[in-house]
Write a protein that binds this ligand. Structure first.
Ligand code: GLC
Length: 741
């Protein structure tokens, strides 16, 4: 069929240009900034571009230079600090800035509030498995309120890096392998953090990170090279960053990696052409930790001065930690290598954000609240419990779950009673002592005498007598709940693994418990997808509990008891083995696709002894209910470009439990201008049905969602035939067809 390429609109014909118009608020902020800049010395302007650690806070990277930070504030040679851990310190440093520096320009304080401030929500990969966009937004809102009360102005979140590589520990901070879902979540988090009024003392500035494509490091090794075509980047990795910017994020963070051969912090195509000119970003960009200076290690900068020269001219506003901006900025201007016009541009964008945060009006508004009234609110803890329960994913269950009342439980494993591990990585202002563990929650739910606890083993080493103790507990119990997986130290930054199986010491625990003949439920605590073939084979049920945060324990008790019904669906494929990685549902078909898992032909795209398919696919998750999808109707078999595709499907709860499920809609552009994914998520709906109930869901997909970047980088949809599927995971079989005219 002849393919006609149509432009969606004249605007879209410009390569992917969607720059939003500047708001009244932004214009007012820049007007203020421009007026202030006229009073500033060159050194003071460069000072606004420098961020330091205090040396007393949380360390999140190689130690910065030791320096007299209070004198630096007085001299106006620093404009921001990160990861300060005390409200008193915020107030102390802000007072120096406002009262003792020449112009009294307030500091902006940033912190890694990644999945909660005091209350820790599940790690972000876990929360994404709830597919509950409103819930994720509300979680970010709670995190913002707690953060602002602690004195924080700015969080280095959301992490928008799409990734399908569980060797890379930072998948725990993101929203999985899909750009469409990742974009929805990134925008929701920005709305949650920034709300409708950035100057409110209940909101904080968001930060789009890590720009860009940090989630695809070579071999899954953190900080490693990222190399891909612009086409692949625009179609698969750009959407969440773009959505976060369109949601109004006022800051971004450059990533550690090089991108198309140039380290992100000095990459003008990324920091200026794409981010500003095309996406219309008007905020400021902070480098990742020492990333400007690390251009020397990358081998693209001769020294700190060269790194500062490249980054400033690339439109990177703020140097995090190492101090090359304040050390060499004036020299670079005097030598004519960086114009004062560039410094003014970089500075005004920082000042404008400080203005929009209300810091010039009231530099002490953040942290003034009565923290005891804001943090750990009971209703917010209860909400965190709900989020954790919705995030957990039931992968297998032979009927052992939910547990019967009066059951005697052997609770075993290193994650069963570990207040710190269940919080995961990046715990902000979280306090482990506030965590409620699985053990504590089960003892409360079933009675202490009905929960026989034995740690059994450490994460990667046996405990002397641990297995014997666990086996003794199992023999006295009706069922074993085995809480195993990875520790919080194996999640987040700099935690790349080449093996993604449960550590040997814990598998030996499982094997020993299996020999008792007792029913076993594996509770998998992890910040990443894993190879769990062994656990699936030996256990009667596998529930992924992730690193579920402060309220992980009560959420687990809610689910295993049946008080709540599991409803999480994977947002990252669980590979059959690490050799498949990266494996994700939206891979391309290739010219020699394997038609079915059993096809035996030789010359097809396959492995000789291993399936192509992951063990559990994107979108997969079980419930105690049985949801049935039927009667898919394409209500618009032919759709004009600019119109809306409508598809309906009937869903029924055939089980005996009320429950939620996540209906997912996938499409395939059958013949496109470039190779396209075999399926792409383009709609989803989390719904509730009582036992025996049924209803019809209708999806409305704007044809603009079918647009993609073509080989000439134009962003548009192709006319022609599309397949559409709806179901409870990315292998949905209910199929329909529609044609874009
Ligand atoms: C770290 C992380 C980044 C974080 C920053 C500040 O190295 O890469 O995500 O926001 O430094 O702590």
């Amino acid at each position: 069929m002849k393919k006609f390429l149509f432009a969606l609109t004249a605007l879209a014909m410009v390569a992917c240009s969607t720059a939003p118009q500047m708001s009244k608020e932004e214009k007012e902020a820049f007007k203020f900034a421009d007026k202030l800049i006229k009073k500033m010395t060159l050194q003071e302007k460069i000072g606004q571009l420098q961020q330091f650690v205090t040396g007393k806070g949380v360390v999140t990277g190689p130690d910065g230079e030791k320096r007299n930070i209070e004198e630096a504030i007085r001299q106006g040679t620093v404009g921001s600090f990160l990861n300060i851990y005390s409200t008193e310190e915020y107030i102390h440093l802000q007072k120096i800035a406002v009262e003792e520096s020449r112009l009294g320009i307030p500091l902006i304080f940033g912190f890694d509030i990644i999945h909660g401030c005091r209350i820790q929500f599940p790690e972000n990969l876990a929360s994404s498995c709830s597919w509950d966009i409103e819930g994720i937004e509300h979680s970010a809102r709670i995190a913002a309120e707690e953060s602002a009360a602690m004195g924080i102005h700015w969080t280095f979140s959301p992490m928008c890096d799409v990734s399908a590589d569980p060797r890379w520990g930072r998948v725990s901070e993101g929203s999985g392998e899909d750009p469409y879902l990742g974009a929805k979540i990134a925008a929701a988090m920005v709305r949650g953090y920034q709300g409708d009024d950035l100057s409110s003392d209940k909101t904080v500035a968001a930060c789009v990170k890590h720009f860009a494509a940090y989630g695809v490091p070579q071999a899954g090794r953190d900080y490693h090279t990222v190399d891909m075509s612009e086409l692949m980047f625009r179609n698969r990795y750009l959407p969440p960053y773009k959505a976060a910017i369109e949601a109004g994020a006022v800051t971004a963070m450059s990533s550690f990696n090089d991108f198309m051969g140039v380290p992100a912090s000095g990459n003008k195509w990324l920091m200026h052409t794409l981010l500003r000119e095309e996406l219309g970003f008007t905020g400021f960009v902070v480098s990742d930790y020492a990333a400007v200076h690390e251009m020397i290690k990358h081998g693209t900068a001769a020294d700190g001065k060269d790194a500062a020269y490249q980054s400033m001219n690339a439109h990177l506003n703020m140097d995090m930690v190492r101090g090359d901006y304040i050390a060499f900025g004036e020299e670079l201007v005097k030598e004519g290598k960086v114009s004062e016009k560039t410094i003014n541009m970089l500075c005004r964008e920082v000042l404008a954000v400080k203005y929009r945060l209300g810091l010039f009006d009231d530099p002490f508004k953040y942290g003034r609240q009565n923290q005891d009234e804001v943090v750990y609110r009971p209703e917010n803890l209860e909400f965190a419990r709900e989020v954790a329960a919705k995030s957990m994913v039931l992968l297998t269950n032979n009927g052992v779950l939910p547990l019967n009342e009066g059951v005697k439980i052997a609770l075993v494993g290193p994650l069963a009673d570990s207040k710190r591990d269940q919080m995961g990585a990046w715990i902000g202002y979280g306090e482990a002592e506030r965590s409620v563990t699985i053990r504590e929650a089960l003892e409360k739910r079933y009675g202490k005498s009905n929960v026989l606890y034995a740690k059994g083993s450490d994460f990667r080493a046996p405990i002397k007598g641990g297995i014997a103790e666990a086996v003794r507990a199992a023999r006295k119990a009706d069922v074993v709940l085995l809480s195993i997986g990875l520790s919080y130290k194996e999640s987040g930054e700099a935690t790349s693994l080449t093996e993604i199986t449960v550590p040997e010491a814990q598998q030996e625990l499982l094997d020993a418990l299996k020999k008792t003949g007792k029913k076993i439920v594996v509770l998998l605590g992890t910040g990443r997808a894993m190879d769990i073939r062994n656990e699936v084979e030996k256990a009667d049920a596998v529930l992924v509990t992730w690193h579920g945060g402060t309220m992980e324990g009560p959420a687990v008790a809610d689910l295993v008891s049946g008080d709540k019904n599991p409803s999480g669906h994977l947002t990252m494929s669980f590979p059959y083995c690490v050799g498949q990685v990266p494996v994700h549902y939206n891979m391309k078909v290739t010219g020699r696709p394997r038609k079915s898992p059993t096809q035996k032909s030789k010359y097809i795209s396959r492995y000789m002894y291993t399936p192509n398919e992951p063990l559990f696919p994107f979108g997969y998750g079980l419930s105690y209910s049985e949801f049935e999808y039927s009667d898919l109707q394409v209500l618009t078999p032919e759709v004009e470009l600019g119109g809306v595709v409508k598809v309906s499907v009937k869903v029924a709860n055939k089980g005996k439990y009320d429950g939620d499920d996540v209906a997912q809609l996938y499409v395939r552009d059958v013949v496109a201008e470039t190779t396209r994914p075999m399926r792409e998520l383009k709609g989803f709906e989390r719904f509730s049905l009582k036992a025996g109930e049924e209803k019809v869901l209708t999806f409305e997909i704007p044809t603009s969602d079918l647009a993609y970047c073509h080989s000439d980088m134009s962003f548009k949809a192709d006319a022609g035939e599309f397949k559409v599927w709806v179901g409870a995971d990315s292998n949905a079989q209910l199929e329909g067809v529609f044609t874009l005219k």
